[in-house]
Design a binder for this molecule. Structure first.
Ligand code: GDG
Length: 472
């Protein structure tokens, strides 16, 4: 079988023993690369003063890791600029936070050209190329301009917005058109796929939108939803591939660490109180502030529960060079302090806030300790925390997932999670109450529905499905 070439902004490098970093995507893609050999290319995460020299290549068996440096200007314009101050907010429907700068747009395309220039000399004619995420949308188009005719697939990890949102972005049409250079575009859910097709239709590409085999374009029911599309003079496929986690691995990990010291210490410190847990990169899309408001409302509405619950919010810093993220960091810290000041007593702290990263093992143990997992993004491509929380539960006494209906994961976890609307403080507060008082039998029934899905469609399955469709 042909080699696989993976391109993403950052590359999860294996450790000295060749083990990929823990985390579903890295493990699954690593094993796909190992199977037929290949390359994983991306940015080192380092910046250099002058134009970056040739990429660093690290060989590990059949896999070559190819890493390129970027200049500070590249990082400011491509990464902190257009990717994280335009594409990220727009795709998460935050028009109010998008900051357009022509210079940054130009930098975004310049770095994509740099990636293309680096990649072309390494390619063999039958290599299959898989590009990841919003940082690299124009890459296939740049490769085509350099004569590359290989199969090229793209997977978008974040949501695709409706036309009225996308069209507010200058050069939205260039972005839309660039995607037609791929052979397969993967989205997290059928809702994203629908939005994407809606954008093509509204952009006038709809005249040529039809199934390539003459059938109507069809979008099905999430997994398996797909369409063949002819637009902008090219034919390509687009489909939903909801990303999973390493379910079995996470189940084992959480059971193992449950008896370890840090998790035991946490249990002891709770003194019998029910734990409510939230885990997110500190990002405005995750609805952390709305969640804390809802928790406070829950405390106000249920005086008897004060002193009987503890919320733990883990929120490692993220993208701290982007102003909106820096501001949010201060806002969340202030908000936690205010809730604790208003409701705390001499022997009870309502919210424990950890503004740094914990180890994966500890997280797995804490999820298992929790009675409620609060996952309340305002918009999220998938949200792996929701899936990890479910996989970490003790089958004999599972906790309850309270999940925003605006997370991609809501598509698969319907029937198991308690849904909430994070914009509705009162409703989210009652969802917390419902989760805390849910009888064991109902908790088990809901959990079994969710875990069955997660075991069946794990990250390895997702990876096979995507690559199967791309190679087909
Ligand atoms: C993007 C899309 C999509 C978090 N805190 C710690 C920690 N984490 C880990 C979680 C989880 C991962 O980070 C976060 O994944 P999410 O899916 O929740 O969110 P994004 O980072 O925004 O990811 C998202 C995803 O891509 C995959 O396609 O689901 O929608 O936005 O695995 O456990 N890990 C450790 N310590 C922490 O403190 N070790």
């Amino acid at each position: 079988m042909s080699r696989l070439i993976v391109v993403s902004n950052r590359v999860p490098l294996p450790d000295r023993n060749g083990q990929p970093p823990a985390g579903g995507l890295a493990v699954a893609v690593h094993s796909a690369l190992k199977a037929n050999g290949g390359i994983w290319m991306g940015w080192t995460g380092e910046t250099v003063e002058e134009e970056p020299g040739p990429p660093t290549v690290r060989e590990d068996g059949a896999i070559s890791y190819v890493l390129t440096d970027l200049t500070q200007r590249d990082v400011d314009e491509y990464y902190n600029g257009f990717a994280n101050r335009v594409l990220w907010p727009i795709f998460h429907m935050r028009l109010d936070l998008a900051e357009y700068a022509r210079r940054e747009m130009a930098g975004y395309f310049r770095v994509n050209r740099l990636f293309a220039d680096r990649l072309v000399p390494m390619l063999q004619p039958d290599d299959v190329i898989w590009v990841h995420d919003y940082h690299l949308i124009p890459l296939a188009d740049e490769l085509r301009k350099r004569g590359v005719r290989n199969r090229i697939g793209y997977f978008l990890h974040i949501p695709w917005p409706p036309a009225d949102i996308l069209f507010a972005m200058p050069i939205y049409d260039t972005i839309l058109r660039a995607l037609s250079a791929y052979d397969l575009i993967g989205f997290q859910t059928d809702y994203d796929l629908e939005n994407f097709i809606g954008c093509l239709q509204r952009d006038g590409a709809g005249d040529t939108l039809r199934a390539a085999d003459g059938r109507q374009v069809t979008i099905g029911n999430n997994t398996g939803a797909g369409a063949r599309i002819a637009a902008y003079g090219r034919e390509f496929a687009a489909a939903a591939f909801p990303i999973g986690i390493d379910t079995a691995g996470f189940e084992r990990l959480s059971a193992k660490v449950a008896t370890r010291e840090p998790v035991q210490a946490m249990r002891q410190s709770l003194g019998g109180r029910a734990l409510i847990i939230g885990v997110d990169r500190l990002d405005y899309s995750k609805g952390i502030q709305q969640r804390i408001d809802a928790y406070e409302r829950f405390l106000e509405n249920n005086p008897a529960d004060r002193g009987r619950v503890t919320m733990l919010q883990v929120a490692p810093k993220s993208r701290s060079e982007v102003p909106e993220y820096k501001a949010m960091q201060d806002a969340v810290a202030t908000q936690c302090g205010q809730v604790n000041g208003r409701h705390g007593t001499i022997d009870w702290v309502p919210i424990r806030y950890v503004n740094r990263s914990l180890t994966r093992g500890l997280l797995a143990g804490l999820y298992r300790e929790a009675r409620v997992g609060l996952v309340t993004p305002l918009r999220d491509g998938m949200n792996l925390v929701a899936k990890e929380f479910v996989a970490a539960q003790d089958p004999a006494d599972p906790g309850v997932l309270v999940l925003s209906r605006f997370a991609g994961a809501a598509r698969e976890l319907a029937g198991g999670a308690v849904f909430c609307n994070p914009y509705d403080t009162e409703q989210t507060a009652s969802a917390i109450g419902q989760a805390l008082s849910m009888p064991l039998e109902e908790r088990q029934r809901r959990w079994e529905r969710m875990i069955a899905r997660l075991r069946d469609y794990d990250v390895a399955h997702w990876c096979r499905d995507y690559l199967g469709a791309l190679r087909a």
